[in-house]
Design a protein around this ligand. Structure first.
Ligand SMILES: NC(=O)c1ccc[n+]([C@@H]2O[C@H](COP(=O)([O-])OP(=O)(O)OC[C@H]3O[C@@H](n4cnc5c(N)ncnc54)[C@H](OP(=O)(O)O)[C@@H]3O)[C@@H](O)[C@H]2O)c1
Length: 303
């Protein structure tokens, strides 16, 4: 299969591309970087600039699927300028892909990144893909608009998957590194009372889920989370236990985080329990369904 990947140089994209290449797929990488290169023969690199509506249309040639991961980091201070960049980088890139597919002969299967941040924060409720209880906050609105943009591909008769990704745990980046580093030194702490639900997923499972959606042509929304979300407090305590570090700090108060991170602080206080119902129904074989094994694996790889 020839697969077009955007955001291929990021945390998820890097591991995903290695996996797809190891399975014998051919890749077309669409990047905003002008000097990025690859040593793999099965990979072609093309440039685009979503903000300037520029795309190398050759990137679409012979493509059976598109995996769209591109987007500016959400965990940067939510200033007006950064908010615009977080939203526009997702909307403009997805729209540019849509226009390019419309002009091409291809009808690729689109797998579009989305996030569980679309669900409204709730300490009790468990969300599955059929729940349409959406957040009105900035991040929820970004994800909702992004999904709407991606759904346009259905008009082109393209199979469309909206992958609502949870908190990706990896030693190469993302949330695990800043959470685990202080915890190793006995300085770990949760936020607030630590009772907020964290719907996490090991990066190996996420890559496996993307491949599974591709192979099984899954359409519609898919919660890409492990089957056993945990409270944030359990996440910190599990890391501390795995590295054998003491854990005695109380929760960091909300007002402190609000001063430090501004509006973006809500990301670490939100409580979202997202169940991967569709993956469980189709018996997706999670390698790391439980947090303890996931953390043990990541810590072992980090030695
Ligand atoms: N990691 C998580 O825990 C998580 C959870 C839920 C959802 N997601 C979503 O999944 C996607 C991939 O996540 P990730 O962690 O791999 O992200 P990442 O490491 O930040 O990588 C995102 C990639 O998007 C491209 N990009 C950055 N700014 C851009 C812009 N202004 N316009 C167009 N492209 C831009 C870059 O690729 P090039 O430099 O090659 O262009 C970058 O490598 C993101 O959209 C993210 O919102 C991630």
């Amino acid at each position: 299969m020839r697969i077009l990947v955007t955001g291929a140089t990021g945390l998820i994209g890097t591991q995903l591309c290695s996996h797809l290449l190891s399975k014998g797929h051919f890749l077309n990488i669409l990047t905003t970087r002008t000097t990025w290169q690859t040593n793999y023969e099965q990979t072609r690199v093309f440039q685009w600039s979503p903000q300037n509506a520029q795309i190398d249309h050759r990137a679409l040639e012979g493509v059976n699927a598109i995996i769209n991961l591109a987007g500016a980091k959400i965990n940067q201070r939510w200033t007006t300028k950064n908010k615009r960049s977080i939203l526009n980088s997702r909307i403009q890139s997805t729209r540019l892909l849509f226009d390019a597919v419309k002009q091409s002969k291809q009808k690729p299967h689109l797998i579009n990144a989305s996030a569980i941040g679309i669900y409204r924060s709730d300490f009790q409720r468990h969300y599955s893909e059929s729940d349409a209880v959406f957040s009105n906050d900035f991040d929820g609105e970004v994800v909702r608009q992004w999904e709407e943009e991606a759904k346009q591909f259905e008009e082109l008769s393209c199979k469309t998957t909206l992958l609502r990704i949870g908190l990706v745990l990896s030693i190469k980046g993302g949330a695990f590194v800043p959470l685990s580093l202080p915890t190793r030194w006995g300085l770990g702490a949760w936020f607030g009372n630590g009772k907020q639900w964290q719907s996490w997923i090991h990066i190996d499972d996420l890559v496996g889920v993307i491949d599974y959606c591709l192979q099984n042509q899954m359409e519609g929304c898919v919660n890409a989370t492990a089957p056993n979300p945990v409270r944030q407090r359990d996440l910190i305590e599990t890391i501390a236990k795995t590295v054998g570090a003491p854990q005695f700090f109380p929760g960091i108060p909300r007002f402190l985080m609000s001063i430090t991170l501004g509006e973006m602080h809500k990301l670490v206080f939100d409580s979202i329990y997202a169940k991967p119902e569709r993956l469980l129904d189709s018996r997706y074989p999670f390698e790391f369904p439980k947090l303890s094994a996931c953390v043990a694996d990541l810590i072992a790889k980090d030695k």
